[in-house]
Ligand binder design. Structure first.
Ligand SMILES: [Zn+2]
Length: 97
């Protein structure tokens, strides 16, 4: 009997936490990072990430990845200008055709 009560208590505790599971978080992580989720989903995911040691590193990884991609894109748009300036410099020094 005592064991049963114990199990029920533990079950209730888990049940009270309004958590979505890891799979749901993983599936929505990109959308979350893209800001394409409803406030409700964002709150649920953030609550999960705060508590889940398994999803948080994944979240950090994907966030950093998107960060890098964003930075690369910015650098690429500057790359054209950079090349032009480089070519001008080279020409002014008598290099390049
Ligand atoms: Zn998780």
């Amino acid at each position: 009997m005592d064991d049963m009560d114990d199990m029920n208590d533990r079950y209730d505790m888990n049940d009270r936490t309004p958590m979505i599971d890891c799979q749901a978080v993983m599936r929505r992580l990109w959308d979350y990072l893209d800001g394409e989720l409803s406030t409700e989903s964002v709150v649920a995911i953030e609550a999960h990430l705060e508590m889940c040691g398994r999803c948080y590193p994944q979240y950090e990884f994907e966030r950093d990845f998107l960060d890098q991609v964003g930075r690369l894109r910015r650098e690429h748009s500057d790359l054209g200008r950079l090349r032009t300036r480089l070519l001008e410099t080279l020409r002014s020094h008598g290099f390049a055709a």
